[in-house]
Design a binder for this molecule. Structure first.
Ligand code: PAF
Length: 274
């Protein structure tokens, strides 16, 4: 695996990689969910690129940027073993040199749910992914369904701004008790870790209640009832898969989405409903 730390160096590598090129953007602290993205890219593309960059723009002032889990050496080993050809691992100065002042607005999809709780978050994601796509210029961008709203925001951005890239969504990888894999799971105490799978149980309970004919209000109440008392709920809802507008019933592709805090750790999850 070749590693580039500057934009110029990365471009020199990416320019000569055989196509199609699949690309997996990450913020590191890699787990089986990230490696599933690399595996999908490896299966479908001739060359595979990844990036490792903890993007300060997508963290709010009181969020966990400073303590976000970091394991650059371990991450490099995992990516090399998974078959990544080129890793782009810039530092913040390489991505945002002094005077940086241009941002990509995430639009209305980015204003709801995660965007309402974390107002600058999606602007940070769309800005960094724009830069990363310009550097890597992949044919296929691999994203995890775990961050369903992020995938909807980025699909919209790619369409609206005519990025010549296809987006491939890879299903969420879960622990054996149903907890969606996330780098932030590492923050959970043993007690919180035991309570955390109740977020997925709440989503499943909502899906089953809707399938049994419950109204959305009834289904969401059942979902809240399935949450562990340690969970401080931010939201549970049923949303259109493309627009993230709330819907009463999943009559077209939809997500049942949820976010809850376990202590100071915020976890997200979703279920796709066709
Ligand atoms: O999903 C993530 O890890 C990040 O939001 C991404 C897409 C790498 C942008 O920093």
């Amino acid at each position: 695996m070749q590693v580039a730390e500057t934009v110029a160096h990365a471009r020199a590598f990416f320019d000569v990689l055989p196509r199609p090129l699949g690309y997996v953007p990450t913020m590191g602290a890699l787990h089986a969910g990230h490696l599933a993205l690399v595996r999908a890219a490896r299966d479908e593309c001739t060359s595979v690129a990844a990036s490792l960059f903890v993007n300060p723009l997508q963290f709010g002032p009181n969020e966990d940027l400073a303590k976000y889990p970091r394991d650059p050496e371990g991450d490099r080993e995992k990516l090399a073993a998974a078959g990544v050809d080129v890793l782009f691992a810039p530092d913040a100065a390489a991505m945002y040199p002094p005077g940086f002042s241009t941002f990509v607005d995430a639009g209305s999809i980015g204003a709801r749910y995660e965007g309402a709780v974390r107002p600058e978050h999606f602007r940070g994601v769309t800005t960094v992914v724009t830069k990363l796509l310009h550097v890597v210029q992949p044919d296929v961008l691999y994203l995890g369904q775990k961050d369903a709203q992020q995938t909807a925001v980025l699909r919209r951005m790619v369409r609206d701004l005519d990025f010549p890239v296809r987006i491939a969504i890879v299903p969420t990888i879960r622990e054996s008790d149903g907890l969606a894999m996330s780098s932030r799971n590492a923050y959970l105490s043993a007690e919180q870790r035991a309570a955390a799978p109740s977020l997925q149980k709440a989503l499943v309970a909502i899906r089953d209640a809707l399938a049994d004919g419950a109204t959305k209000t009834q289904a969401l109440a059942i979902g809240r009832g399935a949450l562990h008392p340690l969970a401080a709920l931010d939201y549970l809802d049923v949303v259109d898969a493309a627009t993230f507008e709330p819907v009463e019933r999943p009559n077209s592709p939809a997500f049942i989405v949820g976010a809850a805090r376990f202590g100071t750790t915020r976890l997200l999850d979703n279920l796709y409903v066709e």
